[in-house]
Design a binder for this molecule. Structure first.
Ligand SMILES: Cc1cc2nc3c(=O)[nH]c(=O)nc-3n(C[C@H](O)[C@H](O)[C@H](O)COP(=O)(O)OP(=O)(O)OC[C@H]3O[C@@H](n4cnc5c(N)ncnc54)[C@H](O)[C@@H]3O)c2cc1C
Length: 373
């Protein structure tokens, strides 16, 4: 019997497996795919994510493009020119390629002693001693389970807990674009993130407007400069504290991290930071309460409280933004709005008041009006 089975070897799973193996736990990591594998993503790491990555894995090398410039634009039906270019003395975004980035994290977990099998998990069965993880090739037993298997990992326990997600479209293409851009539309957003190997173009829609149709996403992406694109769709969780808490209280000793736990910022779509953080916090909670399986779940909820507060603030900002889109698009040209967005990306922030005060003092950031395209 393993101490711990980690399902999924993305950033959340690798972070959990690495932390557990480094602490001397007997850990098995399962993924339905072998590594390296591709993952549809914009590949943007915020300064906050870079800090969490270093806290979990120490200093590691990975291919990336570092940018201290960022364009934020609002593109309305009548106004086409609402854009600001933000420049900072500090790094604003780090763009990575998910195939190589995830592979490097996976390798670190395996080198630190985590065992890896390629197997697709179908179901998690709680038992008196722990869990039986039923997969296509085999069944595996463990005392604890961490689920980091993406959005649909939340279904593996077969409880009646809900999950909530929207669809996002993206493509990686060759392009001359150099500055990362975020463009806000009437119902959603689009991005251009120039990474180390290609440029990620993508678009999504505010969940209140339902799932974005393929043609709408494609039109948005063509409008912002991509030429021939074949888009792929992927689900993106929408953070809902009730869903995350219900999932992480469903069965003692079973924790849901990263996308499986819904830990994605509803405003920016950022998820890598929270996947890394929740993965390692889950293991810390297990190590602290190894003899008390129920206590592990409560300990995890306490350890991730700072994340939940930050994501709830992201949700509040998103709702305020889409309440009056026209006014919000105008506001996005105000330098104070851009500084607030930068402050939000830099670190965990619990309250809007604190975020505004912090952005007020952002002297290292300069903002000027720019063109959308
Ligand atoms: C289009 C798009 C763009 C995004 N852009 C950004 C961005 O720029 N910056 C950012 O921070 N976040 C971004 N995100 C969010 C980010 O990609 C996710 O939050 C992050 O990948 C979550 O990591 P994870 O480890 O939880 O899940 P994943 O990275 O999805 O990893 C899950 C792993 O579990 C495996 N798995 C799934 N089911 C099973 C099973 N049944 N059995 C075994 N293994 C299984 C999968 O093969 C996969 O390897 C984006 C998301 C999308 C969809």
């Amino acid at each position: 019997m393993y101490d711990l089975i980690v399902i999924g070897a993305g950033p959340a799973g690798s972070s959990a497996a690495y932390t557990a193996a480094s602490a001397g736990m007997n850990v098995l990591m399962l993924d339905s795919r072998s590594f390296p594998r591709s993952k549809l993503c914009g590949g943007a790491l915020t300064p906050k994510a870079v800090k969490v990555l270093r806290n979990v894995f120490g200093d590691i090398d990975y291919p990336c493009v570092i940018s201290n410039r960022f364009v934020m634009a609002g593109k309305g039906q009548t106004r086409q020119d609402l854009a600001v270019e933000i420049e900072s003395r500090k790094e604003i975004l780090r763009l990575i390629d998910r195939r190589s980035f995830d592979h490097i994290l996976w390798k670190r977990a395996v080198e630190s002693g985590a065992l890896f099998f390629r197997d697709k998990v179908r179901r998690i069965e709680p038992t008196d001693e722990g869990f039986v993880v039923h997969a296509l090739e085999n069944d595996y037993e463990s005392r604890f389970v961490i689920v980091g298997a993406g959005v649909f990992g939340s279904r593996l326990l077969e409880t009646d807990t809900r999950n909530s997600y929207s669809l996002v479209y993206a493509a990686n293409v060759k392009s001359e674009q150099e500055i990362p851009r975020m463009i806000l539309f009437e119902k959603g957003y689009a991005w251009i993130f120039p990474g180390p190997e290609s440029v990620s173009f993508g678009a999504g829609q505010h969940p209140d407007y339902g799932k974005i149709p393929y043609d709408t996403a494609r039109n948005l992406i063509v409008q912002i400069g991509a030429k021939e694109v074949e888009l792929r769709a992927a689900p993106l969780p929408i953070f809902d504290p009730e869903i995350s808490i219900d999932l992480n209280r469903a069965v003692g000793g079973c924790l849901f991290v990263g996308d499986s736990g819904g830990f994605v910022d509803p405003w920016t779509g950022e998820g890598i930071c929270f996947a890394l953080d929740t993965g390692s916090q889950a293991v810390r909670s297990i190590a602290r309460r190894f003899d008390d399986r129920e206590g592990v779940n409560e300990c995890f909820l306490e350890n991730t409280h700072h994340i939940a507060r930050h994501l709830s603030l992201g949700n509040a900002i998103r709702k305020a933004f889409f309440k009056n889109v026209k006014r919000s698009l105008e506001m996005s040209r105000d330098p104070r709005f851009s500084r607030m967005a930068i402050a939000f990306m830099e670190r965990y922030t619990p309250r809007i008041g604190r975020l505004m005060v912090r952005s007020f003092f952002k002297r290292s950031v300069s903002v000027r009006v720019a063109n959308v395209t």
